[in-house]
Design a protein around this ligand. Structure first.
Ligand SMILES: Nc1nc2c(ncn2[C@@H]2O[C@H](COP(=O)(O)OP(=O)(O)OP(=O)(O)O)[C@@H](O)[C@H]2O)c(=O)[nH]1
Ligand SMILES: [Mg+2]
Length: 197
């Protein structure tokens, strides 16, 4: 018998302003690499990584796109179609990138299914002296929207793995719950069929 390498597949999209570190976060997670070079992403790129949660293989398809306005509006379809989770990234050293989280979240809420899980990531936490974003405001915003918040550094790896793994765990939990709901629905339908017959 061939044992499959993975049992679940989820699509995750990383969005947020240009330069906040989306591509570096993706490459840190998938390849454990980092570079100071800044080459703005044009269009949409994706990478995959299989992880194991409670013995279950989960293949993550992670989509990354350029954050500039023109690219933002061009890529709605690619980024959001069939998306199970969205990571909205801002740059801790750039207040405007945090202000724009609201716009990115509106896009995500508008173009993804209601079940799509969202989280906020404040990246570049290694640049402690340059951090200009008030953590209280971020926590308040995350609590209001009922979404998780992580401070990460693609540079020194802090919290990057934790963020993706926690997201994968939440996706798995949600998937199992939906499966249970589907099964109980089938049972109810079967019972009512029996009663009719
Ligand atoms: N100090 C520090 N610099 C970072 C970090 N993450 C990314 N950078 C730097 O920030 C710049 C932009 O990073 P990218 O990952 O290319 O940004 P992006 O969000 O993909 O940008 P677009 O593709 O234009 O949307 C690069 O010079 C990175 O080296 C981090 O955690 N810490
Ligand atoms: Mg990029």
């Amino acid at each position: 018998m061939i044992v499959p390498e993975y049992e679940k597949t989820f699509k995750i999209s990383i969005i947020g302003d240009s330069g906040c570190g989306k591509t570096r976060l993706l490459l840190r997670f998938t390849d454990d690499t980092y570079s100071e070079n800044y080459i703005s992403t044009i269009g949409v790129e994706f990478k995959t990584k299989t992880i194991y949660v409670d013995g279950i293989g989960i293949k993550l398809h992670i989509y990354d796109s350029g954050g500039c306005e023109r690219i933002r509006t061009q890529n709605f379809g690619w980024l959001y179609r069939g998306c199970s989770a969205v990571i909205i990234v801002y740059d801790c050293t750039n207040e405007i990138s945090f202000k724009n989280v609201d716009t990115w979240l509106c896009d995500a809420n508008r173009y993804t299914a209601e079940t799509c899980i969202k989280c906020i990531v404040g990246n570049k936490s290694d640049l402690e002296d340059e951090n200009v974003v008030d953590l209280n405001l971020v926590n308040q915003f995350a609590a209001k929207e009922n979404i998780k918040f992580y401070e990460t550094s693609a540079k020194n790896s802090k919290n990057v793995e934790e963020c993706f793994i926690s997201l994968a765990k939440d996706l798995l939990k949600e998937d199992i719950q939906n499966e249970e709901i589907r099964e109980s629905q089938i049972n109810i339908d079967e019972k009512s069929q029996c009663l009719i017959n």
